[in-house]
Design a protein around this ligand. Structure first.
Ligand code: FE2
Length: 259
């Protein structure tokens, strides 16, 4: 795992965790202990998706995710948004997540120390929630999540978020939402993951990312006001990550010399 640092016009030190996928997290917390961020942003896919075969809460099947969220919340205020792998979370699961001490932001925002922090939920999560509540008869198949043409994220609530004063941090698991839904919004910083760096990186580019296809544009680094993490695990097994180390990202305030 590598640590990547960005300087940005932010009022605090932010740690970005994406795509942990229920992995053991000792090296993540060791890094956090070393870097002491002011807040932690978990930008989706903290568990690994399983189709629900019964009513057992999905979070109780996860081996590490709840402990990981608790460990984060013990270290710094932690804000969590939902990625495509969280598609089957029930209200019980969400309650279990909140009990770890994190703030769960499911298409909503909160205020923290004078800034505003929001989480844009993966479109497939919202589609599945609508199906589960009987608001939609369309069962969202897995390819819903990585096909923006088939389901759209719920973005109307962002109208209110972008009117808030000061620094506005938006977690959006899917970086491919940026050009269509986020780029022209009055938000300060967008934090994403999902692309896993394009899985195999050659000549500074990723080869494939779900939702973006071959030679994806948004896989790693900064794109305008969006920063994309390469993620902290590998879910595209048996395809290995190649030339593409797992990554923990820190966004630090600009130093006076940077301005
Ligand atoms: Fe994802």
């Amino acid at each position: 795992m590598k640590e990547t640092f960005y300087r940005f016009d932010t009022p605090c030190r932010i740690c970005l965790l994406a795509d942990i996928h229920d992995r053991p997290f000792a090296e993540i917390t060791a890094s956090i202990d070393k870097r002491s961020p002011d807040i932690i942003a978990v930008a989706g896919d903290f568990i690994y998706a399983h189709a629900p075969h019964d009513d057992t809460p999905v979070m109780s099947k996860a081996k590490n995710a709840l402990d990981m969220l608790y460990a984060c919340a013990m270290r710094a205020p932690t804000f969590v948004s939902l990625g495509n792998h969280e598609w089957m979370l029930s209200e019980t699961d969400k309650s279990m997540i909140r009990k770890t001490g994190v703030t769960l932001l499911d298409n909503e925002w909160t205020e923290h120390s004078g800034m505003f922090i929001a989480g844009l939920t993966s479109s497939g999560v919202s589609a599945y929630a609508a199906f589960r509540k009987g608001k939609s008869e369309v069962y969202p198949e897995w390819n819903h999540f990585n096909s923006p043409q088939r389901s759209e994220p719920l973005v109307d609530w962002l109208d209110g978020f972008e009117k808030q004063p000061g620094f506005k941090l938006l977690m959006s698991h899917h970086p491919e939402y940026y050009p269509k839904y986020l780029k022209n919004r009055a938000v300060s910083l967008v934090l994403s993951g999902h692309a896993h760096g394009g899985q195999i990186r050659l000549f500074g580019r990723g080869l494939y990312a779900p939702g973006q296809g071959i030679l994806p544009r948004y896989t790693s680094g900064r794109y305008g006001k969006m920063i994309v993490s390469r993620g902290l695990s590998n879910t595209a097994e048996p395809i290995p990550r190649l030339f593409n180390r797992r990554e923990i990202v820190y966004i630090l305030p600009k130093q006076k010399a940077d301005k």
